[in-house]
Structures are given as C-alpha cells and as structure tokens.
Write a protein that binds this ligand. Structure first.
Ligand code: ADP
Ligand code: MG
Length: 255
C-alpha cells in the first residue's frame, strides 16, 4: 500500500522552477531516500509534502487523501512529522522539555483549564511527561533527559530532534539530511538508529541525504532529483549505476 503519493508537483519561485512535474510514491513501512546534488529541489519537495510550501500545481496524497496546501499542523495531526536540515532544538531546555514541546498538540485540555490550574491540568501534564520519558527510554536517551540540549554531542542532538518528531505519533517521518555534519561513527550509529525506530514505531521513513554510503546502507528505494526533475528511481545499487545519476550526482563526489 502506498502511504504517500506526490502527483505532478511543480514549485515555482518567481521565475525559478525549483521542482518540475515531480511524482513519486512511498510504500508503507519503507525507508525511502530522496537524493540529488545541492539545489536539486529536495528540501522544496519536503516543504510541499509537509505543508510548509503550497505547490504551484500538483497534488499530495497521504493515506489516499489529498493534503495539498493544508497547514503544517493539520498535516502533523494526520500522522506526518519531520526534522529540518539544521537542528532546531531549544538549546536551553532539557532533552525532556524539548520532546515535550513535540507532544503538546496531543494534550487534551482547554486553555481556561490551564489558566485556572484545574486539577486536570496537572494530571495531563504529568501523563505527558511520563509518555515523553518512556519515548526517550525507547530511543535509548533515558539517561540524558535532564541534560540541556546543547550539552549533548551533535549526533545525540539529532536523535533528540527525531524523538521530538516521534512524540507527535507519526506514521510517516521525514528527515532532511539527518547525517549532515556528523562524523563517520555518528553516521553509522544514526543508520542503526533510524532502522531501529522504523521497526519499533511502525514507521515509514522518507529521508533526504547527501552522504551516498548512508543512503545505500539504509534505503530500500531511492529517487534522484536533479535541477528539480526526477532523473532516476529504484534500488540504490541500480540507481548508483545509472549514467544520468553518475553525471548529475555521483560525478560530484567521485570526480
Ligand atoms: N523559499 C524559496 N524562495 C526562493 N527560492 C527557493 C526557496 N526555497 C528553495 N528555493 C530555490 O529552489 C532550489 C532548490 O532548493 P532546495 O529545495 O533547498 O534544494 P536541495 O534541498 O536539493 O539542496 C534552489 O535553487 C533554491 O535556491
Ligand atoms: Mg536541502
């Protein structure tokens, strides 16, 4: 079953066509890669899927329902979460507090109850705290919950950001260059991490990545973008041999 479908997406910024007639779909449970050189339009595709950009034309279907142009929080509440190319943590908040931020839209109390501090507030807040602790435990960060985000090494900050995305209870998780800026050890570690959470949380994962080894080791299927156009798609090993891909993408790093 396909969980996400992009149908003929076009995104223009003034005179620039950043993404042109882009179509693809993702099978439920897959780890799919979206790769391509810098400026190819990868992040723009993410932004159209997550509602951060409204496509110039084309459609996005999530669980077979059209979500094109919905506000990001509406899309989150349908079961999609993302991380950004640059880590966006509240550096002065603890790891636990950062993850609680992700959970917030799930709490069921009305504003007046918060203001009046009715008993239900305390109970909901405590329930949320416990769920976030349990989430951090499941992703192997339980002993770090009281540290400030900026006290963690880079690789673990990335995991906290992913944990925060998981707090919204997604079915589809989008990761924009999760391994960027990581050393080889952190990169390998992150590969295992992503594959583990896919199984544990029953996720489908779409990830943008520049690091070819990362994509080859982790993704079952990749789509290659170049200058806003899809130029190849398939198993990583096959895509790697594609002439257009070698020229457009691998050419860069193997030159
Ligand atoms: N908000 C925007 N306004 C204008 N141009 C943009 C905007 N977002 C992306 N672009 C342009 O679209 C192209 C694709 O960018 P992007 O999707 O970030 O590429 P990638 O993530 O593959 O590196 C680039 O030329 C970029 O400058
Ligand atoms: Mg990008």
């Amino acid at each position: 079953m396909s969980i996400l479908k992009c149908d003929n997406l076009i995104m223009q910024f003034g005179g620039l066509t950043a993404v042109n007639h882009f179509s693809f779909e993702i099978k439920a449970g897959a780890i799919k890669g979206l790769i391509g050189p810098n400026g190819a339009g990868k992040t723009t595709v993410f932004n159209m899927i997550t509602g951060n950009y409204k496509p110039t034309s084309g459609r996005v279907l999530f669980f077979n329902e059209e979500i094109t142009g919905l506000k990001p929080h509406k899309i989150v509440s349908r079961g999609m979460a993302r991380t950004f190319q640059n880590i966006r943590l509240f550096t002065n908040l603890s790891v636990l507090e950062n993850v609680m931020v992700g959970f917030h839209h799930k709490i069921k109390y009305k504003l007046y109850e918060t203001v009046l501090r009715l008993p239900r507030f305390g109970a909901e807040e405590e329930k949320m705290r416990q769920m976030c602790i349990s989430l951090l435990d499941r992703v192997g960060l339980k002993d770090k919950i009281n540290l400030k985000a900026n006290e963690l090494p880079y690789g673990e900050q990335r995991k906290v950001e992913i944990a925060r995305a998981l707090a919204t209870g997604p079915k589809l998780l989008l990761l924009d260059e999760p391994a960027a800026g990581m050393n080889p050890q952190e990169t390998t570690d992150l590969m295992y991490f992503i594959s583990e959470i896919r199984d544990k949380f029953d996720l489908t994962v779409l990830l943008i990545e520049h690091d070819m080894k990362f994509v080859m080791g982790l993704c079952e299927n990749v789509t290659v973008l170049d200058h806003g156009e899809k130029i190849a798609e398939g198993k990583p090993a096959d895509v790697q041999k594609d002439k257009r891909v070698i020229t457009a993408y691998l050419g860069e790093s193997y030159a």
